[in-house]
Design a protein around this ligand. Sequence first.
Ligand code: KIV
Ligand code: ZN
Length: 549
Amino acid sequence: MSTQPPSENAGEQTEAGFRIPDKGMFVSEYNKEIFSATRMPERIKILDTTLRDGEQTPNVALSSEDKLKIAQALDELGVDIIEAGFPVNSEGEADAVKHISGAGLNAEICGLCRASQGDLDAALACDVDSVHIFLATSKTHLEKKLKLTQEQVLDKAVTAVQYAKAHGLVVEFSDEDGTRTELDFLHRMHKGVQEAGVDRIDIPDTVGVMTPSAMQQFVSEIKKNVRVPLAVHCHDDFGLSVANSLAGVLGGAEEIHCTINGLGERAGNAALEEVVLSLQAFYNVKTNINTRKLAFVSRLVSQLTGVPVPPNKAIVGENAFSHESGIHVHGVLSESSTYEPMRPEIVGKERTFVVGKHSGVHAVQNKLKEYGLELELDQMKEVVARVKKYAESGKKLDDAELLAVAYDVMGQEGEPAIKLDEFTVFTGLNFTPTATVVLNIDGESRRASETGVGPIDASLSAIRTAVSKDIELKEFRLEAITGGSNALCEVTVKLGDSKDAQLLTLGKSVGSDIVTTSVDAMIEGLNRLWVRKLNVQNGAGRKEKKRAY
Ligand code: KIV
Ligand code: ZN
């Protein structure tokens, strides 16, 4: 390994073992230089254990149906091996594994088993392609948990591998608590399971107690006596699971166990999205993962497990490609690599600019442009000043509130063109929700009635019908601000125009009735859309209000 400072064209070398990192990633030249002399495998296999170790996350329990949905998403993502569950655990678990095995997925479907015939029979009954047999090897586990000698453990492991192989299964064997096991015993264990026909051996860092350099050496020592592919399974108790997994690869591992969003026992497992992107960015080692689907799968897993993704989570967190500070926004707008190490589209995300205390004119201008607003410099400075004042009071300013400030500064939030004169909505059991509105639209009275799947849907449809069918409800967000059945709610609507993609705006309202609050937000958004449309029709700055919708 070279420790020289990077040469200018470190990225251009083509000598064996060196690969040029992917386009769209902007890692350090020094990093490239360091790893230019390191031999790495072309491709790493990904075993995803979201449905097994991930489901062991405290308070997570997935239905069979949700497990199948996740398995299908993992398959589309390109995971090589899906650890679908622990079949002997319960009937429900076996049922889920069986469904996944029968779903015709491309991935190898694997069931977790202890080194026992009962567990292996349960997995066989689920028609899995492979089994992941685990058995503890560390002194603590042998003495305090299993109450077995090393010889007994070795014998159990060998018998289990032989049984699984005799039944035509692909077999991966894990030395549970392997990283706290003396190497001598691991060598003996690996000799035994290899003679029994094991296909892969996994080294679990069960309680996440390795450092990257120790992990690299540990795996390379093990590799000396192993001829089947090696895997690593790292837990995140010290926040090092991804670094340790990468170190495992440097030590000779060819497969990594990981989970979506880093779910798993206690502090979790190595996050698949971080592992895959790091392999690609730092070592140019490929996986079969379609990284563009990562954001989608992360959201799906978060929704179905009920475990939120922290906003600052690498790769898939809400803030991962979000910029607030004026200096950063300015930099990113001129060249994204100034403050982004990879392009967001690589992982299926979008860059966002957040307006807040640290924002400057560039950030605010850019955000308002998204909604078609171009302000004079003086007006822009006034908006920025108000934004900072608002943010300094500790409140978060969302896009709808920013628009309200901008329209106010521009003097366009005056007398609304669209007013609600009458509104009724009926809903109930075995009754189709129906709403009627009478709107005063620039002096003209218009009435419309519509039905919907619920009272909000019916009401917003009736308003659209009264104003114009060109109006598109692009987003609808309803959040409870306080608890209880009389809670305050906040509704935000994003509106567009099917005839003009540039017309985009937001409306927002806060109230205690979710239906009338939704209607108020819609009317506010429509009035903004009206002003925007008039400006397009008549030229900005003109006060004619004869057209719009
Ligand atoms: O962390 C661990 O050791 C495991 C085993 C089942 C491999 O999850
Ligand atoms: Zn684990």
